[in-house]
Design a protein around this ligand. Structure first.
Ligand SMILES: CC(C)(COP(=O)(O)OP(=O)(O)OC[C@H]1O[C@@H](n2cnc3c(N)ncnc32)[C@H](O)[C@@H]1OP(=O)(O)O)[C@@H](O)C(=O)NCCC(=O)NCCS
Length: 136
């Protein structure tokens, strides 16, 4: 019953975020300044995952870049200062089935936020969607 659902969830906040990026843009950024760019944007585990993909690695890097942007869009209204967050404060990992999930830096993001993400990529573009849910 819709009313019952609303009643139970009235303090629950749900937001979404999305982002799309050209794979070539990420490829160029990596080729220009590999170590600096990778270490600023990606965690060690994210780099390991993408590098293991060999030929398609730039698609995977681009998808993770888009995911971080999409997550930021979903949670930005919970932050006092958006510049407090860095790229590595949201880590994108994959479970044994390949499904992506997110680890947020709890030191910086105080609210208990649950994030769902979905990624897709082709040669030219990578896209990410995120949904954030927390108790208000
Ligand atoms: C997993 C699958 C859906 C990926 O689709 P794809 O078109 O090959 O590739 P996309 O670029 O759209 O998506 C790749 C991303 O899907 C995500 N993904 C992989 N496995 C996943 C899973 N089990 N659940 C959710 N997301 C998954 C990953 O984030 C992956 O990117 P990443 O490796 O960089 O993290 C596909 O390989 C598959 O297994 N299909 C079979 C099932 C199916 O399509 N059935 C259709 C009828 S229901």
């Amino acid at each position: 019953m819709p009313y019952a659902l609303y009643k139970g969830d009235k303090n629950m906040k749900i937001t979404c975020g999305t982002d799309i990026i050209e794979v070539e843009r990420i490829k160029k950024a990596i080729e220009k300044n590999k170590e600096k760019f990778l270490n600023e944007i990606y965690t060690k585990k994210e780099i390991q995952y993408c590098e293991a993909k060999k030929v398609k690695k730039y698609e995977h890097y681009a998808a993770r870049f888009a995911a971080k942007e999409a997550i930021f869009k979903a949670i930005s209204n919970t932050l006092k200062n958006k510049y407090d967050l860095t790229w590595k404060d949201a880590e994108i990992l994959n479970n044994e089935e390949g499904r992506p999930y997110v680890i947020l830096n709890k030191e910086k993001i105080k609210k208990d936020i649950q994030i769902e993400i979905s990624l897709s990529h082709i040669k030219e573009y990578a896209i990410a969607n995120s949904i954030a849910k927390w108790e208000n």
